[in-house]
Design a protein around this ligand. Structure first.
Ligand code: SF4
Ligand code: SF4
Length: 196
């Protein structure tokens, strides 16, 4: 992916977003960033990112909310932690990627019909609903929301998997699923508390 070269205007800055990123989990040290680029240099995917991790951190720190949250970078990140390990300022770059992803999902700030955030949304919905992922249902839901026409290309594979018992539509669930929901609610509440 070609690196974006864009003009940024002062009017596009959102101070509340800049404040949020510096108080979110992982963002505590964002203002220590030297812009040295070691994170981008160690990232195996930066070549395909529209903004390298270094540039994304700068955009976020300065409050360019729309550019940061609509960037493909956060969705390409595979959480390998190379950037976090290399950063000389101990900035938790990977955690920041997660924080930006969560915010982008919350505010639906991602390209329409883009599969990665839809997968994350459906995954989380299923875990809350039954405590387990039923893969066939998950895949179908994501296809319906993003590229239903592509299902046709996978139909023969689906039939083969069904015949061999590798694909099942029975909803899987755990016992005491309410405890999982309570746990997830606690995690969400703790994150909010830490971000204050
Ligand atoms: S490695 Fe750390 S200090 Fe250097 S640009 Fe990346 S986040 Fe900033
Ligand atoms: S954690 Fe994400 S941003 Fe960091 S090096 Fe790995 S892929 Fe790149």
């Amino acid at each position: 992916m070609e690196l974006k070269r864009v003009v940024m205007l002062e009017a596009e800055r959102d101070p509340a977003f800049a404040n949020w990123i510096s108080h979110t989990v992982g963002g505590e040290r964002i203002h220590h960033c030297l812009q040295c680029g070691l994170c981008s240099g160690s990232c195996p995917l930066s070549l395909w990112m529209d903004y390298t991790p270094r540039r994304l951190l700068l955009l976020s720190r300065e409050g360019f909310k729309e550019k940061a949250l609509s960037s493909y970078t956060i969705w390409l990140c595979t959480s390998c932690y190379a950037c976090t390990v290399e950063c000389p300022k101990n900035i938790k770059v990977t955690d920041l990627m997660y924080a930006l992803k969560a915010r982008a999902i919350q505010e639906r700030f991602y390209p329409k019909r883009f599969a990665v955030p839809e997968l994350a949304r459906e995954f989380s919905r299923m875990i809350r609903g039954s405590g387990r992922i039923t893969e066939s249902r998950l895949v179908l839901r994501v296809f319906f929301k993003t590229a239903i026409w592509r299902l046709i290309g996978f139909s023969s594979l689906g039939v083969k998997l069904l015949r061999t018992g590798r694909l099942r539509f029975v909803r899987e669930k755990v016992n005491r699923q309410k405890e999982i929901v309570a746990l997830l609610n606690d995690v969400a509440a703790t994150r909010k508390e830490l971000a204050r």
